[in-house]
Ligand binder design. Structure first.
Ligand SMILES: Nc1nc2c(c(=O)[nH]1)N[C@H]1C(S)=C(S)[C@@H](COP(=O)(O)OP(=O)(O)OC[C@H]3O[C@@H](n4cnc5c(=O)[nH]c(N)nc54)[C@H](O)[C@@H]3O)O[C@H]1N2
Ligand SMILES: Nc1nc2c(c(=O)[nH]1)N[C@H]1C(S)=C(S)[C@@H](COP(=O)(O)OP(=O)(O)OC[C@H]3O[C@@H](n4cnc5c(=O)[nH]c(N)nc54)[C@H](O)[C@@H]3O)O[C@H]1N2
Ligand code: SF4
Ligand SMILES: [Mo]
Length: 809
């Protein structure tokens, strides 16, 4: 599909070509005209002497928006965004949201790390006692601890955590991987907090990978989009991102969107999509109710199901599964699995979606052509998320709306990118992987984690526990990982993980659990390169230059890992003979330029002068190869077809050990999951679900007061629930679960379904961990649970049962 998309939008191509031509003809003088920096400068006349330095937002919202930094007297004065492109709807500008635009106070925040720090000898992790040390001392300690751990336990004891805080640049935590891979490697992770359940619990068993995803740009005039737990206008906010694409589709193409969400998200509230409130964790039940109507009213596309799918009915089940009522139809019609008919009324009782709306939605889906059915990552971040994801995916299959423009797989939406490579990491000699979510258990339980109880890959079990932990660009230890109280109990015990490095730009609570803390430069303060594309269906490159000289003793990661490489004797291989970070930006861009020769991209130096480029690619208008010829182009599933019934899952169901409330099923079924819908108690009567709100990207930007005011951390509670509890809008409240207690502010609103409380994730954890451990920062991971999904071992952080009560402010 990627190759088919190489044809650029002709209009933008001509424009880019013309501008590049002008640059080549007239030399550097053409730069300002190309970047359109001149008009922007003219507006800000008090900044007439400003230097424009182009860089980009680097956090994990995926947007990589352009930041046009006005630098005055060596300091960042203010930030504009992308003024390249034509700016109107239909133009392509990677415009930053308020978070990117607020980078200035963030860069100069009082919370910034300035010097290497070491935990004071004799104090425990979590006590927060640190002293300043020199870089030499810090680097010597890290290098010698690495050697000691590897000599004692082997390289399988070394682990590098996710790095979502620096996700949008070519360095990320790759320098650590590159270094350790030269020294025998490290145990690695699979799956992410973002998408483990859909990626490892749904796609592989259904489509053999993330097949069938299409971009929102393929939406046809007037067509229907049905979105399960997908909130592009909250979480894809860049000017060239999915939120923008959906706005264009709805406002210009008359596309009609339906949002199925426990919360009236921004796509419903601001773009005017219809909101169907749903009890969280019940999408599989809604899908089953819709399927019941489609099947009983003869609205399914039998030809599609017979040709492309396995397991819809008895006839299309694999031979070994036949004769046992194991088909999807059996499940829906009440003759299989749990022998319960999945009528719209049944689904209504579970989901709280009225039965008539389930029926009418089924008919709308059946009648729409094309029909684009997709999901965000909200439904799969529950303890039954593996199944929920797969259950949603069946809907487009039932009506044959997969594999061509204007349709989608029922999974996440598709995007294409230009294909920029990050710093190469080299080969890791260690093949063992564990599910990312289980890193605290990998520390505590080590070799007790096996293939069948914890999804260990490429080995029967872990060889040992994690003893050397690198946290670069994440706030995982005491903020973003489920159940902070449990996790920090593991971290406190120095006999378990023997060395912990935190390398960040700010003193987050996670720093309090590290042995050494290092101060980073942000990508805006050094050389950086980023491709647009993770969540934007455009081709673009941002050429980042430092907006200021490094301040204090902050140092960037490639150089720091180079210093470690010197101490560990592999500097020449690590740096390929002394390449700098800037050299790598140039080299990786040159490689891209060669690979994409037909795009006629600008040179690196031209790119730096331009700051960035972004252009539209034409989405494919072809049907997918598998749809065109399923025999010649089978999917990478066990059967080569779309699997409503998965033989692989049937086998896992037989062989894997399951936790309380867990179900592995060959066909997607509804079950509540651990702490899911219907499991509430008198003590914990609410489902408490967190979400990704506009003010932060996780915990990044969370300490920016301006953003706080615009997008506060508050517990959304319906008036029906708030009133009997005497809770008014703005009241201080406590949220409690079996895992812990947190304090926050109530937002009484009918934008949330009754029975559910919704609260943004990402606020900075702030608790006395030696005392009552009550979090006063509004950090939801104080109350989330460790229970993960049965197949993917993906996080179930959205499945929490708990209580809310008014407290003294
Ligand atoms: N309860 C709950 N928990 C969740 C989620 C949820 O929905 N609910 N979502 C999950 C998801 S999807 C994700 S991706 C994770 C994200 O969790 P994390 O990966 O921990 O992401 P952040 O919280 O943004 O933390 C990023 C850290 O990087 C730092 N940082 C920013 N810029 C730089 C830089 O230039 N250099 C360095 N060295 N550091 C930098 C920031 O200061 C911050 O401390 O959270 C997960 N946790
Ligand atoms: N503003 C902002 N943008 C971000 C991020 C951020 O922190 N802030 N993080 C980025 C990252 S790393 C990621 S992984 C993505 C995360 O993107 P998502 O995981 O898709 O975001 P969420 O907000 O967790 O969930 C999306 C929607 O699902 C809804 N939802 C929750 N549970 C259910 C359910 O059971 N069923 C249904 N139907 N809906 C449900 C939520 O109310 C929300 O509106 O966003 C990225 N973009
Ligand atoms: S947070 Fe996302 S949308 Fe906002 S500026 Fe950064 S990359 Fe762009
Ligand atoms: Mo994520």
């Amino acid at each position: 599909m990627k190759d088919e998309k190489l044809s650029m939008n002709r209009r933008t191509f001509v424009k880019a070509g013309g501008a590049l031509g002008a640059l080549a003809a007239t030399g550097a003088g053409a730069t300002a005209a190309f970047t359109a920096a001149a008009p922007a400068l003219a507006v800000a006349d008090e900044g007439a002497d400003d230097t424009i330095v182009w860089t980009h937002c680097h956090v994990n919202c995926g947007g990589a928006c352009v930041l046009q930094c006005h630098v005055r007297d060596g300091e960042l004065a203010y930030v504009e965004s992308d003024t390249n492109g034509d700016g109107a709807f239909g133009g392509v500008q990677a415009r930053a949201c308020l978070r990117g635009r607020s980078i200035r106070p963030w860069l100069s925040s009082a919370d910034r790390l300035n010097y290497p720090m070491r935990r004071v000898a004799g104090t425990a992790r979590g006590e927060g006692q640190y002293e300043r040390i020199s870089w030499d001392e810090a680097l010597d300690t890290i290098a010698s601890e690495f050697k000691r751990v590897v000599d004692t336990y082997g390289n399988e004891a070394v682990f590098i955590q996710e790095c979502s805080g620096v996700e949008q640049n070519i360095m990320m935590n790759n320098p650590f991987f590159r270094l350790f891979n030269l020294l025998g490697g490290e145990v690695t992770r699979y799956g992410s907090y973002s998408s483990a359940s859909i990626s490892f619990g749904a796609y592989p068993f259904t489509y053999g990978g993330s097949w069938g995803k299409r971009s929102l740009k393929t939406l046809q005039p007037g067509q229907l989009v049905v979105m399960f737990g997908y909130a592009p206008n909250d979480m894809r906010m860049s000017g060239d991102g999915e939120g923008y694409d959906l706005a264009v589709a709805m406002k210009q193409k008359g596309v009609r969107a339906i949002v199925i969400d426990p919360r009236r998200n921004e796509t419903a509230a601001n773009l005017g999509a219809e909101w169907i409130p749903i009890v969280p964790g019940t999408d599989a039940a809604l899908a089953a109710g819709i399927a019941h109507e489609l099947i009983t009213q003869a609205l399914v596309d039998h030809e599609f199901l017979n040709t492309y799918c396995v397991g819809f009915d008895e006839a299309t089940l694999p031979p070994e599964a036949q004769g046992k009522n194991l088909s999807y139809c059996d499940y829906i019609l009440g003759t299989g699995y749990d022998k319960v008919e999945k009528t719209p009324e049944w689904a209504s009782k579970i989901t709280a979606v009225p039965a008539e709306r389930i029926v009418s939605l089924a008919h709308e889906i059946a009648e729409a052509d094309p029909c684009f059915i997709c999901q965000g990552l909200g439904p799969q971040r529950h303890t039954n998320g593996d199944n929920a994801s797969r259950a949603i995916m069946v809907l487009p299959q039932l009506v044959g709306q997969v594999g061509r423009p204007g349709t989608n797989s029922g999974g996440t939406v598709g995007n294409d990118d230009i294909g920029l490579s990050s710093l190469p990491t080299g080969d890791n000699p260690i093949e063992t992987k564990f599910p990312n979510f289980l890193w605290p258990e990998a520390i505590r339980d080590g070799e007790k984690l096996t293939a069948t109880n914890a999804g260990i890959k490429n080995a029967d079990a872990l060889k040992c526990g994690v003893k050397f932990l690198v946290n670069y660009g994440n706030n995982m230890m005491a903020n973003q990982n489920a159940d902070i109280n449990y996790t920090t109990d593991i971290l406190r015990d120095e006999s378990l993980c023997e060395f912990i490095l935190q390398y960040d730009v700010a003193w987050t609570d996670s720093c309090n659990w590290a042995d050494i803390v290092l101060p980073d430069l942000t990508p805006q303060e050094t050389y950086s390169l980023s491709a647009a594309g993770e969540n934007n269906d455009v081709y673009g490159i941002r050429f980042g230059q430092p907006v200021s000289e490094p301040a204090f003793e902050r140092r960037e990661v490639y150089e720091v890992c180079g210093e470690l490489a010197k101490r560990l004797g592999v500097y020449d291989e690590y740096s390929e003979g002394g390449l700098t970070r800037e050299d790598w930006c140039r080299k990786l861009y040159d490689e891209l330029r060669e690979e994409q020769a037909d795009l006629d991209l600008p040179t690196y130096d031209e790119g730096v002068a331009m700051g960035s480029f972004t252009f539209e690619v034409e989405p494919s208008t072809e049907v997918d190869d598998f749809i065109a010829d399923p025999v010649a182009n089978p999917l990478e599933t066990a059967t080569g077809k779309i699997q409503i019934y998965s033989p692989e899952l049937a086998e896992l169901a037989e062989t894997w050990e399951l936790g309380e409330g867990d179900v592995i099923s060959a066909i997607p079924v509804y079950y509540p999951g651990f702490d899911g819908p219907g499991t509430t108690t008198e003590e914990f009567p609410f489902l408490i679900v967190d979400f990704h709100a506009k003010g932060t990207v996780h915990s990044t930007y969370a300490h920016n007061e301006v953003l706080h005011k615009l997008s506060p951390f508050q517990a959304w509670i319906n008036p029906i629930d708030a009133e009997p509890l005497g809770i008014a809008d703005g009241d201080a409240v406590a949220l409690k679960s079996a895992q812990g207690e947190m304090r926050t502010i109530a937002k009484v609103t009918n934008r949330v379904i009754p029975g559910t409380i919704m609260h943004p994730q990402g606020a900075w954890h702030s608790a006395d961990m030696a005392g009552d451990r009550i979090d006063h920062g509004g950090c939801t991971n104080t109350i989330t649970s460790r229970h993960c999904n049965p197949v993917s071992k993906g996080t179930g952080q959205h499945s929490v049962i708990g209580s809310i009560e008014k407290v003294e402010g």
